[in-house]
Every structure is written in structure tokens, then in C-alpha cells.
Design a protein around this ligand. Structure first.
Ligand SMILES: [Zn+2]
Ligand SMILES: [Zn+2]
Length: 334
């Protein structure tokens, strides 16, 4: 890989010395880098009253993701994997709304959880959802594995042969972010079913009742973010959101602040020529983590899950620089 790795400073005020480069400094920043040093209109998004969350729309989420994966796949170094995940997303779209949802938790329970700073969707809602297993089995039936790696067919067979309790146990481990390394191939299908189920449950929540839980924690289900996204929706144009790896909710997060440790110091942005200029990484030198940063306001079809995989070149490069991944992509566990 011929990497032309470049660093962009955040649009925060730069030291005066940075504004007057000496002749010895080369090469000059490209035009788009220079633009980033101007007063940042993107920051306007966080000062106004932007919606705290945008709930997922399960009727379009998975179909759009499949389309984005199809678009990114041809000629990509990870083409086979992108095509596999596109099939998984198509299966998610196919089973979405197929199985009835359980009634939402009662109001007193929700109020108690909110009072204790806990998100409304919990492992208990998963345990209490008899439709999860039905959804997982429907997804295994719906997914087309004709061109998928052999391990995927083996994982499907293994999940079908497993007991209902074992499948639920695996789902609870995924829900809590503790994926068993020896069952990763199975976890992809379990995660896919969980994403469908949680997106449908999150879509029914009352946004007015949702409150921030903690940095980098989904206010609907407690999940970790896949990626950071600068959005282009009205009225949140150019505000920064985090996209949940589990339920697909977007929640507002202050710009130029680490999603893992909350630090506003030592944040930088990197891009790679081989990867779309609309996909960067945000790095934090306080905790040495990074997360993908998608400029969806410039490229509305960017999808956190799909474009995280398609920008794997950035992961490889940033890992060489000593940063660890803070984002979690359940369909691409690395
Ligand atoms: Zn969530
Ligand atoms: Zn950090």
C-alpha cells in the first residue's frame, strides 16, 4: 500500500507559529487542509439546540447499508468481505418487522432506570424478548452465503444446532461487549439479529425521555459507538453525532472531544489518500485511542458500519502509530 498519510489539526485555535510556516516547511497543505484552518462553521452545530438523539429507522437502515456495501465492494481490497456483509445487511432488511416485538418496559421501570442514569434498553429487555431467537433463526434462513467464506457456513450450522439458551447466552455476551474470541464467526450473525431487534425497540422510544449516559455510551441501549459522524440533517446540519454499534441510534457528542476518555486535549484528525477524503480518524493522545470520523454532510450515503469496513486501510495505518481502536463494529471484529 502506498500510503500518503497526512495529519490535520482540529479546527480549534492554532498557535500563531502554525499560521506562519517558514520556507523550510514543505509540502504546503493542500487546499482542503487549508480550509480546515479557517474559522470552523462546523462548530456552529454544537452551540445551537440540535436534537440530542436521532432514533434509527429500521425500515431503511439495513437496506441502505446493503446498498452502500454493494457500492463500495467492486475492486476493493476487502471486496469479498464487503459482499458478505452486504448479504448480512440484506438479510437484516428482509427479517426486519417480520417478528412481533415485546411490549415496551412499563413506565415505572423506565423512570427508575432513567433516574439511575441507565439507558432504557437493557440485557433484561433482551432476556425478556422471546422474539429474539425467532429473529436470529429467520436471519440465518434469509442470509445468502453462496459466496461467503466457509467459516460463515460453519457458524450458521453451529448456531442452528445450538440450544435456544446458548444462542441467547451468546447474544447477551455481544450485548455487553464481551465477544468470545473462539465464536467470532457466530457472533457476526448474533450481532446482526441483535441490531435488528434493538433498532426496532429503539425506534419506539420517546426521545424526550432520553438522557446522556456517559461519553461514548448509547443513551438508548448502552452500546459503544461504531463511528463519529458529522451529519447533514436539518436542524442538526454539521453537528457531530456518534452512531451506536448495536441499535443504530445517533446521539450528539461535542466536537473535538475524545469519545473514549472525554479529553479535549491532543485530538487530531488523519486521512489517507487511498480512502475517501470524507472518512478520517479522530485520534486522542490522552488515551491513545481512535475512532472513524465520517463527513456525512459532504457524502450523505456514508454509512458508519459499511464505511468503517471500507476504510480499513486507515485502521492499519493508525495502528502503526500506536493508537488502539475505540469504535466497535460488530460485523467487522478485528
Ligand atoms: Zn444503542
Ligand atoms: Zn481519549
Amino acid at each position: 500500500m502506498v500510503a500518503n498519510f497526512f495529519r490535520r489539526k482540529p479546527a480549534a485555535p492554532a498557535p500563531a507559529a502554525d499560521k506562519t510556516p517558514t520556507p523550510a516547511e514543505a509540502p504546503k497543505p493542500r487546499r482542503r487542509d487549508f480550509n480546515e484552518l479557517k474559522p470552523d462553521p462546523d462548530k456552529i452545530g454544537i452551540s445551537g439546540s440540535v436534537p440530542f438523539v436521532r432514533l434509527p429507522d429500521p425500515t431503511t437502515l439495513f437496506a441502505d447499508r446493503a446498498a452502500r456495501l454493494d457500492e463500495a465492494a467492486p475492486g476493493h481490497p476487502l471486496e469479498a468481505y464487503l459482499r458478505f456483509v452486504a448479504e448480512v445487511a440484506r438479510a437484516q432488511a428482509a427479517i426486519q418487522a417480520q417478528v412481533a416485538l415485546p411490549p415496551p418496559p412499563d413506565g415505572a421501570d423506565l423512570a427508575l432506570r432513567s433516574e439511575h442514569g441507565m439507558p432504557p434498553l437493557s440485557r433484561h429487555s433482551l432476556e425478556a424478548d422471546p422474539g429474539f431467537d425467532e429473529s436470529l433463526l429467520a436471519l440465518l434462513d434469509a442470509v445468502n452465503l453462496t459466496t461467503a467464506p466457509e467459516a460463515s457456513a460453519a457458524a450458521r450450522a453451529s448456531l442452528r444446532a445450538a440450544s435456544r439458551e446458548d444462542r441467547l447466552d451468546l447474544a447477551l455476551q455481544v450485548f455487553e461487549g464481551a465477544l468470545p474470541v473462539d465464536r467470532i464467526a457466530e457472533c457476526v450473525f448474533v450481532s446482526a439479529a441483535l441490531q435488528v431487534r434493538l433498532a426496532e425497540q429503539a425506534a419506539r422510544l420517546d426521545t424526550k425521555a432520553l438522557k446522556p449516559v456517559a461519553d461514548g455510551v448509547c443513551p438508548c441501549c448502552g452500546g459503544a459507538p461504531v463511528a463519529s459522524v458529522v451529519v447533514g440533517w436539518t436542524p442538526a446540519d454539521k453537528a457531530r453525532y456518534l452512531s451506536c454499534s448495536l441499535c443504530g441510534t445517533y446521539w450528539n457528542h461535542v466536537r473535538i472531544r475524545c469519545t473514549a476518555c472525554g479529553s479535549g486535549e491532543g485530538i487530531s484528525y488523519y486521512g489517507l489518500d487511498e480512502v475517501s477524503k470524507d472518512v478520517q480518524v479522530e485520534t486522542c493522545t490522552t488515551c491513545h485511542s481512535y475512532i472513524k470520523h465520517l463527513h456525512q454532510h459532504r457524502a450523505p450515503n456514508l454509512d458508519p458500519v459499511a464505511d468503517d469496513i471500507a476504510s480499513y486501510g486507515l485502521d492499519l495505518k493508525i495502528a502503526e502509530e500506536g493508537f488502539r481502536r475505540a469504535g466497535l463494529n460488530l460485523l467487522f471484529v478485528i
